[in-house]
Design a protein around this ligand. Structure first.
Ligand code: NAD
Length: 540
């Protein structure tokens, strides 16, 4: 189990006597930082079982992470609950100030955070920095909007002047956050910022492969002024640590696969505890006949291969109008082949390795299956073990038959299929022919035509002339999935208020006695009818 320094009963101070780990003799500054973090989380203390975190950059061990238990979760939730009582009394202005300072700290520490993200996830630096930018934008957004959104608000009552009603937003308590490995900073901490702003404590279970970034992010939050112990990190297996969190948190925010999401929904429902689940996708792009081909090819390259395609909102299917299909495919393939591939910590390569051996296996499986059923590889197609053990080229397929797994299943890797279509109606029908509904994209020179197409697509976010970033970065608008892509939303007012219970406090004036409860029920009905007739002059 790993926890921040203040987690109940589990943290240990850095210890010089800690036994050497497989990382200690590797010597780079980045590794030294990981060792420092690992030591803070009880690394190798006693006989606690641990998990070796491998770096996708070279497939070598980064460090050991203790495998958490149900008891660790109980201690973390109890500690966070204790700290939360005081935090709920802290003014929203003070909470907002901490979030605003955190935004600055994240920017100040951007290089260090990018190092950690790259080391544990393998993504190229540009996409690591995207996480820094996203976390900064999110912290600022909730710092600016939180106090107003959370303020006690007067609400219209049935009898204005006679009943005074206010709505309050009461923090839920302790929010459990279960996050995946593909965005170790954004997805572990972004949702926590809203939960904290709303007055909650937080217990995070990051993916076992990417615990270090989450740990450092919590340290920085404490540096920004967050009370120690309010936000805790517990590492370990999903089935153990994740389940224990779901069994004791007051709300669960989950990001991950649809399969795990369904199991979390069942467990939360049994406790009558609310949850949000941001799940998988098989996101479609519609390319119309009026596009600027070169520009469209560039947008598609980012839409499909950002973060090595290991992005829930990445595009995996492209429906292109037949008139421009050949030109577009040629330009897109050329732009894809031109991507600088490489595996290193630094700003060099544009696409890094996949995050794990499992990811590479899934990618190989989908490419091989599609090709064996008649698909054509127009770019990429091969693993590149000379770059890193789990490297795979960004790959474009055409002629993909409906029987191929990649036709419907999410790959969650750098693999996209192009399907020429006769017209926009056919493109929309094909794009909507999926159980998922997370993200979509429309490339169209005429933006208003693009928006008209967007309105017909069944997806929680639709980007016109962009792949995903336009919608994701628009923090003021909610973001999430339809269908099998999720339940609930993050971002916007709903992304904050979901972490609260709404409380209605209504005060009755004695003047209401003039209307209510006369001894004669008929007289009461008459008086009330008169009052109800007057209601039509009220604004609601
Ligand atoms: P996953 O569901 O296997 O794991 C996600 C997290 O859940 C991990 O921390 C894991 O340890 C934990 N977990 C696993 N089983 C659990 C259980 N039974 N109970 C509680 N917790 C459990 O997903 P993954 O493979 O790590 O992530 C990839 C998937 O996540 C893809 O499908 C992708 O589309 C999706 N995703 C969605 C979004 C979004 O915002 N919609 C963002 C990123 C990733």
């Amino acid at each position: 189990m790993s926890t921040t320094e203040t987690s109940a009963g589990t943290a240990s101070a850095p210890s010089e006597s800690t036994a050497p780990t497989p990382t200690q003799d590797r010597g780079t500054p980045e590794r030294a930082e990981l060792i420092r973090l690992a030591r803070r989380v009880d690394l190798l203390e006693d006989d606690r079982p641990s998990h070796t975190v491998l770096s996708p950059i070279d497939g070598e061990p980064l460090g050991l992470m203790p495998i958490g238990t149900t008891d660790d979760v109980t201690a973390a939730i109890t500690g966070a609950r204790r700290a939360q009582r005081m935090w709920a009394e802290t003014s929203t202005k003070d909470r907002a100030r901490i979030l605003a300072d955190y935004a600055d700290l994240v920017l100040d520490h951007r290089e260090e955070l990018c190092d950690l993200i790259q080391l544990e996830n393998g993504k190229s630096r540009a996409w690591a920095f995207e996480e820094v930018a996203d976390t900064t934008i999110t912290a600022r957004y909730y710092a600016k909007t939180g106090p107003k959104l959370l303020a006690e608000t007067g609400r219209a009552s049935a009898f204005p002047g006679l009943i005074r009603t206010v709505e309050r937003h009461v923090p839920k308590g302790v929010i459990g956050i279960i996050s995946p490995w593909n965005y170790p900073l954004s997805l572990a901490v972004g949702d926590a910022l809203a939960a904290l702003m709303a007055g909650n404590g937080v217990v995070i279970k990051p993916d076992s492969q990417t615990p270090y970034t989450a740990l450092r992010a919590v340290e920085l939050l404490e540096e920004a002024g967050l009370p120690k112990g309010l936000m805790r990190v517990v590492t370990g297996q999903g089935r153990v640590v994740g389940t224990a969190i779901i069994e004791s948190a007051d709300y669960v925010m989950f990001t991950g696969s649809t399969e795990t999401g369904k199991s979390i929904a069942t467990q939360s429902a049994a406790r009558l505890v609310d949850f949000s689940a941001e799940l998988g996708g098989k996101n479609a792009m519609v390319v119309t006949d009026d596009i600027d081909v070169e520009r469209a090819a560039k947008v598609a390259t980012i839409a499909c291969f950002a973060n090595g395609g290991q992005l829930c909102i990445a595009i995996e299917r492209i429906y292109v109008l037949a008139e421009v299909a050949e030109q577009f495919t040629k330009a897109f393939a050329a732009a894809t082949r031109a991507l600088r591939l490489g595996s290193e910590v630094g700003y060099g390569p544009e696409m890094g390795p996949l995050a794990s051996a499992d990811q590479l296996d899934k990618m190989r499986e989908h490419v091989t299956d599609a090709v064996s059923k008649g698909a054509t590889v127009v770019a990429g197609g091969d693993a590149r073990p000379e770059l890193a053990p789990w490297f795979h080229e960004p790959t474009i397929l055409t002629d993909v038959p409906a029987s191929a797994a990649v036709y419907r299943e999410e790959t969650f890797g750098p693999l996209v299929s192009i399907y020429p279509v006769a017209n926009v109606d056919e493109a929309i029908a094909a794009a909507n022919d999926t159980e998922y509904g997370l993200n979509a994209s429309v490339l169209c020179r005429d933006a208003s035509r693009g928006r008209a197409i967007a309105r017909r697509l069944r997806a929680g976010t639709v980007n016109v002339n962009d792949g995903y970033a336009a919608a994701w970065s628009s923090l003021d608008a909610p973001m999430g999935g339809m269908g099998a892509s999720g339940v609930g939303r993050r971002h916007g007012a709903v992304g904050l208020l979901k972490y609260t219970e709404s409380q209605n406090i209504s005060t009755r004036s004695p003047l209401l006695d003039l209307v209510q409860r006369p001894s004669n029920p008929r007289e009461y009905a008459e008086r009330l009818s008169t009052a109800l007739r007057l209601q039509k002059y009220l604004p609601f």
